[in-house]
Design a protein. Structure first.
Length: 362
Protein backbone atom coordinates (compact mmCIF):
# COMPACT_ATOMS: atom_id res chain seq x y z
CA UNK A 1 0.00 0.00 0.00
CA UNK A 2 1.36 3.41 -0.97
CA UNK A 3 1.37 6.34 1.43
CA UNK A 4 -1.46 8.05 -0.46
CA UNK A 5 -3.49 4.83 -0.46
CA UNK A 6 -3.14 4.77 3.33
CA UNK A 7 -4.32 8.39 3.46
CA UNK A 8 -7.36 7.42 1.37
CA UNK A 9 -8.05 4.54 3.75
CA UNK A 10 -7.97 6.97 6.68
CA UNK A 11 -10.38 9.28 4.87
CA UNK A 12 -12.81 6.41 4.22
CA UNK A 13 -12.76 5.53 7.91
CA UNK A 14 -14.18 9.00 8.69
CA UNK A 15 -17.06 8.97 6.20
CA UNK A 16 -20.40 9.61 7.86
CA UNK A 17 -18.85 11.31 10.90
CA UNK A 18 -17.59 14.65 9.58
CA UNK A 19 -20.55 16.38 7.86
CA UNK A 20 -20.75 19.10 6.72
CA UNK A 21 -16.95 18.90 6.51
CA UNK A 22 -15.40 16.50 3.99
CA UNK A 23 -13.78 13.27 5.14
CA UNK A 24 -10.01 13.68 4.71
CA UNK A 25 -7.03 11.47 5.49
CA UNK A 26 -3.47 12.64 6.21
CA UNK A 27 -0.17 10.81 6.67
CA UNK A 28 3.23 12.21 7.74
CA UNK A 29 6.30 10.28 6.62
CA UNK A 30 9.94 10.88 7.62
CA UNK A 31 12.91 8.79 6.52
CA UNK A 32 10.58 6.08 5.26
CA UNK A 33 8.69 5.86 8.55
CA UNK A 34 5.13 6.98 9.32
CA UNK A 35 5.39 9.49 12.16
CA UNK A 36 1.79 10.71 12.24
CA UNK A 37 -1.57 10.00 10.67
CA UNK A 38 -5.09 11.25 11.07
CA UNK A 39 -8.61 11.55 9.71
CA UNK A 40 -11.09 14.41 9.93
CA UNK A 41 -12.82 14.56 13.29
CA UNK A 42 -16.49 15.56 13.76
CA UNK A 43 -17.34 19.13 12.72
CA UNK A 44 -15.76 21.68 15.03
CA UNK A 45 -12.87 19.39 15.94
CA UNK A 46 -9.47 18.86 14.32
CA UNK A 47 -8.98 18.36 10.61
CA UNK A 48 -6.96 15.36 9.43
CA UNK A 49 -3.74 17.38 9.05
CA UNK A 50 -3.97 18.71 12.60
CA UNK A 51 -4.45 15.19 14.00
CA UNK A 52 -1.40 13.93 12.09
CA UNK A 53 0.74 16.92 13.12
CA UNK A 54 -0.14 16.48 16.79
CA UNK A 55 0.73 12.82 16.62
CA UNK A 56 4.06 13.51 14.92
CA UNK A 57 5.11 16.35 17.20
CA UNK A 58 8.70 17.44 16.52
CA UNK A 59 9.06 14.63 13.98
CA UNK A 60 6.94 16.67 11.57
CA UNK A 61 9.91 18.95 10.81
CA UNK A 62 11.38 17.89 7.49
CA UNK A 63 8.67 15.26 6.92
CA UNK A 64 6.48 14.65 3.87
CA UNK A 65 2.70 14.99 4.22
CA UNK A 66 0.28 12.94 2.11
CA UNK A 67 -3.24 14.37 2.25
CA UNK A 68 -6.36 13.47 0.26
CA UNK A 69 -7.71 17.04 0.00
CA UNK A 70 -6.04 20.43 -0.24
CA UNK A 71 -5.34 21.84 3.24
CA UNK A 72 -7.64 24.71 4.18
CA UNK A 73 -6.17 28.22 4.25
CA UNK A 74 -8.87 30.07 6.17
CA UNK A 75 -10.20 30.41 9.69
CA UNK A 76 -13.46 28.49 10.21
CA UNK A 77 -14.29 26.59 13.33
CA UNK A 78 -10.62 25.58 13.38
CA UNK A 79 -7.41 27.44 12.37
CA UNK A 80 -6.06 27.06 8.81
CA UNK A 81 -4.22 23.78 8.22
CA UNK A 82 -1.85 25.30 5.67
CA UNK A 83 -0.43 27.63 8.32
CA UNK A 84 -0.05 24.78 10.80
CA UNK A 85 1.82 22.71 8.20
CA UNK A 86 4.25 25.55 7.50
CA UNK A 87 4.80 26.25 11.19
CA UNK A 88 5.51 22.59 11.85
CA UNK A 89 8.34 22.64 9.31
CA UNK A 90 6.87 20.06 6.91
CA UNK A 91 9.16 19.94 3.87
CA UNK A 92 6.88 18.45 1.21
CA UNK A 93 3.14 17.97 0.72
CA UNK A 94 1.42 15.55 -1.67
CA UNK A 95 -2.20 16.64 -2.32
CA UNK A 96 -4.58 14.26 -4.07
CA UNK A 97 -7.15 16.87 -5.13
CA UNK A 98 -7.84 20.58 -4.67
CA UNK A 99 -10.73 21.64 -2.44
CA UNK A 100 -13.71 22.93 -4.49
CA UNK A 101 -14.72 25.27 -1.67
CA UNK A 102 -14.59 28.76 -3.28
CA UNK A 103 -12.82 30.21 -0.24
CA UNK A 104 -10.17 27.48 -0.34
CA UNK A 105 -9.56 26.25 -3.88
CA UNK A 106 -5.89 26.71 -4.74
CA UNK A 107 -5.18 28.97 -1.77
CA UNK A 108 -3.90 26.27 0.55
CA UNK A 109 -1.53 25.01 -2.14
CA UNK A 110 -0.39 28.55 -2.92
CA UNK A 111 0.32 29.34 0.75
CA UNK A 112 2.43 26.21 1.11
CA UNK A 113 4.44 26.99 -2.04
CA UNK A 114 4.92 30.61 -0.99
CA UNK A 115 6.46 29.37 2.27
CA UNK A 116 8.92 27.15 0.41
CA UNK A 117 7.11 23.86 0.90
CA UNK A 118 7.38 21.52 -2.10
CA UNK A 119 3.92 20.55 -3.36
CA UNK A 120 2.88 17.66 -5.61
CA UNK A 121 -0.70 17.50 -6.88
CA UNK A 122 -2.86 14.79 -8.41
CA UNK A 123 -1.82 11.43 -6.96
CA UNK A 124 -4.94 9.20 -6.68
CA UNK A 125 -7.02 12.19 -7.82
CA UNK A 126 -10.07 10.22 -9.00
CA UNK A 127 -10.36 8.20 -5.79
CA UNK A 128 -9.95 11.31 -3.66
CA UNK A 129 -12.48 13.27 -5.71
CA UNK A 130 -15.13 10.58 -5.20
CA UNK A 131 -14.51 10.63 -1.44
CA UNK A 132 -15.51 14.30 -1.28
CA UNK A 133 -18.14 14.38 -4.05
CA UNK A 134 -20.97 15.10 -1.60
CA UNK A 135 -19.08 17.99 -0.02
CA UNK A 136 -18.12 19.36 -3.46
CA UNK A 137 -21.76 19.39 -4.56
CA UNK A 138 -22.98 21.08 -1.38
CA UNK A 139 -20.19 23.62 -0.95
CA UNK A 140 -20.55 24.86 -4.54
CA UNK A 141 -24.36 24.79 -4.87
CA UNK A 142 -25.71 24.46 -1.30
CA UNK A 143 -27.66 21.47 -2.60
CA UNK A 144 -27.18 17.95 -1.25
CA UNK A 145 -25.62 15.22 -3.36
CA UNK A 146 -28.37 12.75 -4.31
CA UNK A 147 -27.63 9.04 -4.69
CA UNK A 148 -30.35 6.79 -6.12
CA UNK A 149 -30.02 3.22 -4.84
CA UNK A 150 -32.16 0.28 -5.82
CA UNK A 151 -32.01 -3.50 -6.11
CA UNK A 152 -33.69 -5.31 -8.98
CA UNK A 153 -33.89 -8.74 -10.54
CA UNK A 154 -32.16 -9.61 -13.79
CA UNK A 155 -35.42 -8.85 -15.60
CA UNK A 156 -35.69 -5.40 -14.03
CA UNK A 157 -38.23 -5.96 -11.23
CA UNK A 158 -38.06 -4.65 -7.67
CA UNK A 159 -40.84 -6.93 -6.42
CA UNK A 160 -43.08 -9.77 -7.57
CA UNK A 161 -46.58 -9.24 -8.93
CA UNK A 162 -47.89 -9.74 -5.37
CA UNK A 163 -45.57 -7.02 -4.01
CA UNK A 164 -43.06 -9.31 -2.30
CA UNK A 165 -39.64 -7.65 -2.29
CA UNK A 166 -37.70 -9.17 0.64
CA UNK A 167 -35.16 -9.92 -0.33
CA UNK A 168 -34.25 -9.10 -3.94
CA UNK A 169 -30.54 -8.78 -3.16
CA UNK A 170 -28.32 -11.03 -1.06
CA UNK A 171 -26.95 -10.52 2.46
CA UNK A 172 -23.65 -9.09 1.26
CA UNK A 173 -25.43 -6.42 -0.78
CA UNK A 174 -27.70 -5.56 2.14
CA UNK A 175 -24.69 -5.16 4.44
CA UNK A 176 -23.10 -2.88 1.84
CA UNK A 177 -26.27 -0.76 1.78
CA UNK A 178 -26.18 -0.36 5.56
CA UNK A 179 -22.65 0.99 5.21
CA UNK A 180 -23.79 3.45 2.55
CA UNK A 181 -26.71 4.52 4.76
CA UNK A 182 -24.35 5.11 7.67
CA UNK A 183 -22.26 7.46 5.52
CA UNK A 184 -25.24 9.56 4.37
CA UNK A 185 -26.73 12.58 6.11
CA UNK A 186 -30.26 11.59 5.07
CA UNK A 187 -32.08 8.53 3.74
CA UNK A 188 -35.16 9.25 1.62
CA UNK A 189 -38.12 7.15 0.50
CA UNK A 190 -41.57 7.85 -0.94
CA UNK A 191 -44.67 7.28 1.16
CA UNK A 192 -45.82 4.34 -0.98
CA UNK A 193 -42.65 2.47 -0.05
CA UNK A 194 -43.16 3.41 3.60
CA UNK A 195 -46.72 2.04 3.52
CA UNK A 196 -45.83 -1.10 1.57
CA UNK A 197 -42.69 -2.14 3.47
CA UNK A 198 -43.00 -0.33 6.83
CA UNK A 199 -39.18 -0.19 7.01
CA UNK A 200 -37.07 0.74 10.01
CA UNK A 201 -34.82 2.69 7.61
CA UNK A 202 -31.89 2.58 10.02
CA UNK A 203 -28.18 2.03 9.52
CA UNK A 204 -27.12 -1.16 11.30
CA UNK A 205 -23.91 -3.00 12.07
CA UNK A 206 -23.10 -6.56 10.99
CA UNK A 207 -24.93 -7.96 14.03
CA UNK A 208 -28.08 -6.05 13.07
CA UNK A 209 -27.89 -3.47 15.87
CA UNK A 210 -28.59 0.20 15.07
CA UNK A 211 -25.43 2.31 14.81
CA UNK A 212 -24.92 5.21 17.26
CA UNK A 213 -25.18 7.78 14.49
CA UNK A 214 -28.28 7.53 12.30
CA UNK A 215 -29.01 9.47 9.10
CA UNK A 216 -32.10 11.66 9.00
CA UNK A 217 -35.02 9.67 7.61
CA UNK A 218 -37.02 11.65 5.04
CA UNK A 219 -40.41 10.45 3.81
CA UNK A 220 -41.81 12.27 0.78
CA UNK A 221 -45.47 12.16 1.79
CA UNK A 222 -47.39 14.83 -0.09
CA UNK A 223 -50.68 14.38 1.76
CA UNK A 224 -49.52 13.11 5.16
CA UNK A 225 -50.42 9.42 4.83
CA UNK A 226 -47.63 8.00 7.01
CA UNK A 227 -49.37 6.35 9.98
CA UNK A 228 -48.26 7.20 13.53
CA UNK A 229 -47.64 3.47 14.01
CA UNK A 230 -44.88 3.39 11.38
CA UNK A 231 -41.86 1.36 12.51
CA UNK A 232 -39.39 4.10 11.63
CA UNK A 233 -40.97 6.46 14.17
CA UNK A 234 -39.89 4.11 16.96
CA UNK A 235 -36.29 3.81 15.82
CA UNK A 236 -33.26 5.81 17.00
CA UNK A 237 -32.69 8.98 15.05
CA UNK A 238 -35.11 11.47 13.51
CA UNK A 239 -37.82 11.18 10.87
CA UNK A 240 -38.90 14.11 8.70
CA UNK A 241 -42.17 13.94 6.77
CA UNK A 242 -42.19 16.25 3.74
CA UNK A 243 -45.77 17.18 2.81
CA UNK A 244 -47.61 19.83 0.82
CA UNK A 245 -50.32 20.61 3.35
CA UNK A 246 -52.04 18.37 5.86
CA UNK A 247 -54.80 19.04 8.39
CA UNK A 248 -53.49 20.43 11.69
CA UNK A 249 -54.95 17.55 13.71
CA UNK A 250 -53.22 15.02 11.46
CA UNK A 251 -49.99 16.98 11.69
CA UNK A 252 -50.08 17.02 15.48
CA UNK A 253 -50.73 13.27 15.56
CA UNK A 254 -47.61 12.69 13.47
CA UNK A 255 -45.57 15.05 15.65
CA UNK A 256 -46.70 13.25 18.82
CA UNK A 257 -45.63 9.98 17.19
CA UNK A 258 -42.12 11.39 16.79
CA UNK A 259 -42.04 12.86 13.30
CA UNK A 260 -41.08 16.35 12.22
CA UNK A 261 -43.51 17.60 9.58
CA UNK A 262 -42.07 19.90 6.95
CA UNK A 263 -44.59 21.68 4.75
CA UNK A 264 -43.14 22.11 1.26
CA UNK A 265 -44.23 23.85 -1.93
CA UNK A 266 -46.21 21.68 -4.30
CA UNK A 267 -45.58 20.83 -7.93
CA UNK A 268 -48.13 18.97 -10.04
CA UNK A 269 -49.96 17.88 -6.90
CA UNK A 270 -46.88 16.47 -5.18
CA UNK A 271 -43.98 17.76 -3.11
CA UNK A 272 -41.64 19.97 -5.13
CA UNK A 273 -38.53 17.82 -4.84
CA UNK A 274 -36.12 20.56 -5.91
CA UNK A 275 -37.50 22.81 -3.18
CA UNK A 276 -37.22 19.99 -0.64
CA UNK A 277 -33.59 19.43 -1.56
CA UNK A 278 -32.87 23.15 -1.21
CA UNK A 279 -34.35 23.09 2.28
CA UNK A 280 -32.27 20.06 3.23
CA UNK A 281 -29.18 21.81 1.91
CA UNK A 282 -29.96 24.83 4.06
CA UNK A 283 -30.00 22.45 7.03
CA UNK A 284 -26.46 21.33 6.15
CA UNK A 285 -27.65 17.97 4.86
CA UNK A 286 -24.98 17.42 2.22
CA UNK A 287 -25.87 13.89 1.08
CA UNK A 288 -29.22 12.19 0.47
CA UNK A 289 -29.42 8.43 -0.10
CA UNK A 290 -32.69 7.66 -1.90
CA UNK A 291 -34.08 4.12 -1.65
CA UNK A 292 -37.31 4.33 -3.65
CA UNK A 293 -39.90 3.81 -4.66
CA UNK A 294 -40.52 4.00 -8.35
CA UNK A 295 -42.65 7.15 -8.34
CA UNK A 296 -40.04 9.08 -6.37
CA UNK A 297 -37.24 7.82 -8.60
CA UNK A 298 -39.26 8.69 -11.70
CA UNK A 299 -39.62 12.31 -10.59
CA UNK A 300 -36.01 12.65 -9.45
CA UNK A 301 -34.60 11.32 -12.73
CA UNK A 302 -36.95 13.32 -14.95
CA UNK A 303 -36.11 16.51 -13.05
CA UNK A 304 -32.37 15.86 -13.27
CA UNK A 305 -31.93 15.74 -9.49
CA UNK A 306 -29.94 12.49 -9.26
CA UNK A 307 -26.15 12.80 -8.96
CA UNK A 308 -25.20 9.13 -8.64
CA UNK A 309 -26.78 5.73 -9.25
CA UNK A 310 -26.05 2.64 -7.15
CA UNK A 311 -27.91 -0.32 -8.67
CA UNK A 312 -27.78 -3.92 -7.47
CA UNK A 313 -28.75 -6.61 -9.98
CA UNK A 314 -29.79 -9.96 -8.54
CA UNK A 315 -29.36 -13.10 -10.68
CA UNK A 316 -33.01 -14.11 -10.51
CA UNK A 317 -36.09 -13.77 -12.74
CA UNK A 318 -39.62 -13.04 -11.47
CA UNK A 319 -41.45 -11.89 -14.61
CA UNK A 320 -44.89 -10.34 -14.65
CA UNK A 321 -45.92 -7.38 -16.75
CA UNK A 322 -47.43 -5.71 -13.68
CA UNK A 323 -44.47 -6.36 -11.37
CA UNK A 324 -42.97 -3.00 -10.31
CA UNK A 325 -39.78 -1.63 -11.78
CA UNK A 326 -37.23 0.70 -10.12
CA UNK A 327 -38.16 3.84 -12.02
CA UNK A 328 -41.86 4.54 -12.62
CA UNK A 329 -43.77 7.70 -13.53
CA UNK A 330 -44.65 8.69 -17.10
CA UNK A 331 -41.21 7.75 -18.38
CA UNK A 332 -39.02 9.37 -21.00
CA UNK A 333 -40.57 9.12 -24.48
CA UNK A 334 -37.44 8.95 -26.66
CA UNK A 335 -34.02 7.38 -26.13
CA UNK A 336 -32.29 10.61 -27.10
CA UNK A 337 -33.61 12.15 -23.87
CA UNK A 338 -32.91 9.14 -21.66
CA UNK A 339 -30.72 9.48 -18.57
CA UNK A 340 -27.30 8.20 -19.64
CA UNK A 341 -24.65 7.28 -17.10
CA UNK A 342 -20.93 7.84 -17.40
CA UNK A 343 -17.92 7.03 -15.21
CA UNK A 344 -19.57 3.66 -14.66
CA UNK A 345 -18.02 0.70 -12.88
CA UNK A 346 -19.20 -2.80 -12.13
CA UNK A 347 -18.31 -5.10 -9.23
CA UNK A 348 -19.50 -8.29 -7.59
CA UNK A 349 -21.14 -8.10 -4.15
CA UNK A 350 -21.81 -11.70 -3.12
CA UNK A 351 -23.98 -13.19 -5.86
CA UNK A 352 -25.21 -9.76 -6.97
CA UNK A 353 -23.75 -7.36 -9.49
CA UNK A 354 -23.35 -3.73 -8.45
CA UNK A 355 -23.38 -0.99 -11.09
CA UNK A 356 -22.33 2.52 -10.08
CA UNK A 357 -22.51 5.48 -12.42
CA UNK A 358 -23.18 9.19 -12.69
CA UNK A 359 -25.98 10.70 -14.79
CA UNK A 360 -24.68 12.88 -17.59
CA UNK A 361 -25.88 16.43 -16.95
CA UNK A 362 -25.97 19.08 -19.61
Amino acid sequence: MSYMERALELARSARGRTSPNPAVGALLVKNGRVVGEGATQPAGSDHAEAVALKQAGAEARGATLYVTLEPCAHFGRTPPCSTAIVQAGVAEVHIAVLDANPIVVGKGKAELEAAGVRVALGEAENEARELVEEHTRWITTRLPFVTAKYAMTLDGKIATVTGESRWISGPEARAYVHRLRSEADAVMIGVATALQDDPHLTARDQAGAPLPRQPLRVVVDSHGRLPPTAQMLRQPGKTLVAAIAIPEARKQTMVRAGAEVLECPGKNGAVDLAALLRTLGERQVISVFVEGGGTLFGSLFVEGLVDKVVAFISPRIVGGSSAPTPVAGPGIPVLARSVALHRTRVQRIGDDVLVIGYPVKE
